[in-house]
Design a protein around this ligand. Structure first.
Ligand code: ARG
Length: 570
């Protein structure tokens, strides 16, 4: 509907009062459409025209030629208010939805590539509840960018390298666990979690253990075959469980290139840093100084020769640029790593990689849980944080109770309950600006009332249920748009028409919340329409059913762009 702004600006320019681009800047969309769909203040013209704004507006209202699709213009206290022709809007919007289907509002391919690094958990541990944020924000951004015309490379930069593996190896051998192939194949992430916890405990009493772990990792880095075999088993065990959860959540990746993948690409990075005289030896470590950017030095190599998280991120960035030639590379990682990414980006800058400007850290706030009456951030190490799989299970159980009460004979109710439960958790993560911390309150998140996943899911279910009950579908040519001009229908159509703008808005700020809020708007307007304009059995049945179908299509795709399951029945 953006084209209306341009048309209005053109028409105003034709009167000679406004310059076209000045008018375009001044036009806005008032929140309350009873004062028009577009409004422009005339105060800025008072000086040049030597007339009161109120009079200017009145003159212009009489003079301006209304662009197609607008029904009237009104002058009110120095403002010009333009009204959309409801019939025209219904036809434009609903015809387009019928023609484009789920892809209505999507942009044409723009030839650009975006890399999105998300989820990227550390191997050897189970996914904790807080991993949901990066996973679901990234998953949604990947879908939204695709809808906005980008080619998307979804990357899981697994934390599958580093001292943590030294710790696991040390502990595994200490506990004299069997290392035959069959045992290693059957290893589970649960067992690894236990090893990890016992390492943390033991190292408190034995300070030497940390050194042992570092030495074990160095040995692994140097290619020791036995250690490599253990590492491979640890990685596989974690990945198996990881995939199970991703599948359950409907999350996917194009590349599982974890930190270990970059091991053999690091020497070239070190050479380049040396050649460009960027490596400085400080306290026996190699660093890149970043004083000129007011940043601490970036650690590249430890005294024992082993490399670091940042080194692997440098190699990964250079690899991504070479492999995918991205226009943009996003890192959906918590706010706590802001300094790390600043350092990495600035080292790239010093290396002369001009594309460092196209790299973006997309941070987000933490999930807070109520512990003894206080909102707290959970920690995996101490075991107070819930595991993601436990949270998903609990969500499923809660929704299943609801279904058992309302619709006990529902087919596939276990699966549906899990999908609604996951969607509820996801929606709670996406509904507010991502930088805000998320306060997680079970009852509020799982409620069918308020700003929740179940509420938007339920709107979709209601639309589907009307379509099922109707038992037939309506095509665009069968709908009479003049029957869709009452307030409830018009308000809903006006919202559906904004889908394209909302997708671009979400991309502009890397904010899935723009679409989450949009889903709420659609759900609310749809409920209102269904409530006020009886569909089945009314004289306008066909036209109204056509609007129900159109709304269902838009809502289904918006849910999908958020990574929520578009449930049809509950
Ligand atoms: N594995 C890291 C962690 O769990 C996140 C990795 C994010 N991606 C990256 N390229 N550094 O903290």
């Amino acid at each position: 509907m953006n084209s209306f702004n341009a048309e209005i600006a053109k028409a105003l320019a034709a009167t000679g009062a406004f310059a076209e681009d000045a008018a375009l800047k001044l036009i806005s969309v008032p929140p309350d459409t009873s004062h028009g769909n577009f409004t422009i203040p005339c105060f800025s013209l008072a000086k040049t025209l030597r007339k009161a704004p109120k009079l200017i507006a009145e003159d212009l209202a009489a003079q301006v030629k209304l662009p197609a699709g607008l029904s009237k213009v009104e002058a009110v206290n120095g403002y010009l208010n333009f009204f959309i022709d409801r019939n025209f809007l219904a036809k434009e919007t609903l015809d387009a939805i019928a023609a484009k289907g789920l892809e209505y509002g999507h942009a044409a391919p723009n030839g650009k590539v975006v890399c999105i690094d998300y989820s990227s958990p550390n191997i050897g541990k189970e996914l904790a509840f807080h991993h949901l944020r990066s996973t679901m924000i990234g998953n949604s951004l990947a879908r939204i960018y695709k809808a906005a015309g980008y080619k998307v490379e979804r990357i899981n930069h697994l934390g599958d390298w580093g001292t943590a593996f030294g710790k696991l190896i040390v502990m595994y051998l200490r506990e004299k666990l069997p290392t035959d192939d069959a045992t290693l194949d059957a290893l589970t992430v649960k067992e690894l979690n236990i090893l990890y916890a016992s390492f943390s405990k033991a190292s408190k009493e034995e300070p030497g253990l940390e050194d042992e772990a570092r030495a074990a990792f160095t040995k692994l880095e140097q290619g020791d075959a036995f250690y490599r075999k253990l590492w491979t088993a640890f990685r596989a065990a974690t990945l198996k469980e990881l995939m199970r959860i991703y599948d359950m959540m409907g999350v996917g990746f194009d590349h599982y290139t974890g930190e270990s993948f970059f091991e053999d690409k690091i020497p070239a990075v070190l050479d380049e840093l040396r050649e460009k005289n960027l490596l400085v030896n400080s306290q026996e470590r190699d660093v890149v100084m970043l004083d000129e950017f007011d940043l601490n030095p970036c650690l590249i190599r430890k005294s024992d020769g082993s490399t670091l998280y940042a080194t692997r991120d440098l190699a990964a960035a250079i690899y991504r640029k070479k492999e995918y030639n991205f226009d943009k590379c996003l890192y959906v990682v918590d706010l706590g790593q802001a300094l790390h990414f600043k350092q990495v980006f600035h080292v790239l800058k010093k290396m002369g990689r001009e594309w460092y400007k196209d790299m973006y850290h997309i941070p987000f706030g933490v999930i807070l849980q109520l512990v003894d009456g206080k909102w707290e951030k959970g920690k995996t190490r101490t075991g107070t944080a819930s595991l993601l799989r436990d949270v998903i299970e609990a969500a499923q159980k809660k929704i299943l109770e609801f279904i058992d009460e309302k619709n006990p004979t529902l087919e596939n109710k276990e699966l549906i309950a899990r999908q609604i439960g996951i969607s509820a958790l996801t929606f709670n993560d996406l509904k507010n600006s991502r930088l805000k911390d998320v306060r997680f309150d079970w009852d509020a998140v799982m409620s069918f009332e308020g700003d929740t996943g179940p509420y938007v899911q339920n709107a979709h279910v209601r639309l589907c249920s009307i379509m099922r009950k109707a038992g037939y579908t309506v095509s665009a040519s069968e709908a009479d748009y003049s029957q869709l001009t009452d307030d409830a229908a018009y308000n809903l159509i006006n919202i559906l028409a904004k889908k394209g703008e909302k997708i671009l808005g979400a991309v502009k700020d890397d904010e899935p919340s723009v679409l989450a809020q949009y889903a709420l708007e659609i759900a609310e307007a749809a409920h209102k329409f269904i409530h006020e304009d009886r569909v089945l059995g009314s004289a306008e049945e066909k036209s109204r059913l056509f609007l129900v179908q159109s709304t269902q299509i838009v809502l289904e795709n918006v849910l999908d762009l958020l990574g929520l399951f578009p449930i049809r029945q509950m």
